[in-house]
Design a binder for this molecule. Sequence first.
Ligand code: NAP
Length: 315
Amino acid sequence: MKAIHFPKYGSFEHLKQIEKPIPEPNSKQILVRVKNSSTNAMEWHIFRGLWMVRMKCGIFKPSKKYDVQGADISGEVVSVGSEVKGFKKGDAVFGDIFNGGYAEYALAEEHQLAKKPENVSFEQAAAIPVAGMTALKGIRDITKVKKGDHVLINGASGGVGTFAVQMAKHYGAKVTAVCSGKNAAAVIALGADEVLNYETTDFCSQGIKYDHVIDVVGNRTPKEMKRILKPGGICAVIGMTTLTLMFRFMLNPSKQIKVVHVEPNSEVLTTLGEMLSSGAVKSYITAKFPLAQVPQALKNVSTRHVCGKQVIVIE
Ligand SMILES: NC(=O)c1ccc[n+]([C@@H]2O[C@H](COP(=O)([O-])OP(=O)(O)OC[C@H]3O[C@@H](n4cnc5c(N)ncnc54)[C@H](OP(=O)(O)O)[C@@H]3O)[C@@H](O)[C@H]2O)c1
């Protein structure tokens, strides 16, 4: 099978399409013929080998288990291990497998997948797992956004942000979106009520207090975030720009600041499938790349200015 080999941290030169044997599922695994994958900031963090990544994927270089990247997948089940109960050959599925998705075939476990609704395309499904689960956790589970809330979303135009805007609107909130001027129209089209351009406006100095904040960027201090929250309001921290800020947030646990951590979950993926199917949200796909061009797609992610989602077309 064709796969994008990732033998070395930080080197686009070594990130190449190669031929590999099709992986064999063990008794608990599902072999998926991958139709689409997508990119997330997560792949960029893994690619450049952050120390947290190296603890899991290999200190000096990615270990054999992690030498193909790609968390999000959609595709068709080819075969299942003897202990797999919820999926069978021929099922159309999508999910978050952490790694291995930039390939023609990938292995998954049951909790990492959900069945794809028939009226949802494979491309739409492949764009949602990591970013959608993260946005849903921030909006539905952590801040529990409800009708009438005023929510600020910092980083509204990226992968997580474009889902967060739509989900906050779905739960009935008024949304103030923070992004650059070039992406303002896109974010308004997704449902945001107003946009603050971070190039010209400091959202922490407007004198406005929000019911909740979804911080996908992570470029402000806990103190600044608390200042723009109403009493009882929560800031769900999803992204982080510097280690210093990360430690400040982690060492300052409070009722108002909650750091979001997401693990693959079949039930949550099923909910996302239903949201796509009903039209409550859509994956805002702004670019498509064939498998061989994964390095270019990851270079784009490294700029931190991809708007919406980039999809990888494999089959
Ligand atoms: N906690 C978790 O479990 C979890 C899960 C998923 C992702 N994350 C984290 O969440 C972050 C976002 O992930 P993603 O996949 O959505 O990334 P992404 O799609 O690459 O985000 C790119 C977006 O960030 C925006 N941006 C860059 N600088 C900004 C600034 N100063 N203010 C406002 N927006 C800014 C860009 O908007 P403009 O082009 O308009 O500037 C662009 O649209 C990453 O740090 C990622 O690691 C965490």
